[in-house]
Design a protein around this ligand. Structure first.
Ligand code: ZN
Length: 105
């Protein structure tokens, strides 16, 4: 059986064939940490999805100036609009690797 490294405690654990992209082992503390991270992640990501539907990204970015600070320098310079400002679905340079892996699942 494939073994995966838990991102919270660093222990190896058996991967369940039914659950792809596992990042945490079965320990209660790791599951709790995973849940907390997921909620933080959701709070950070959801406003973008909502913003894409309700207001223009430009307005959203103006209202959330801190969001892009970790990605400064990795986003191409704007040319004539906001389209080049949006990172691709699989590339979110501001997020940790394990979280990018999570988003793709
Ligand atoms: Zn663990």
């Amino acid at each position: 059986m494939e073994q995966i490294l838990c991102v919270y405690c660093g222990d190896l654990f058996d991967a369940s064939p039914r659950h792809k992209n596992q990042i945490a082992c079965k320990k209660a503390e790791c599951q709790k940490a995973k849940k907390a991270d997921w909620q933080r992640h959701k709070m950070k990501i959801d406003p973008i999805n909502n913003a894409n539907q309700k207001i223009s990204q430009k307005e959203w970015v103006r209202a959330n100036p801190g969001y892009w600070k970790n990605t400064a320098g990795t986003i191409p310079k704007k040319r004539n609009g906001i389209e080049s400002f949006k990172p691709s679905e699989t590339e979110r340079p501001g997020l940790p690797i394990w979280m990018q892996r999570w988003i793709r699942c």
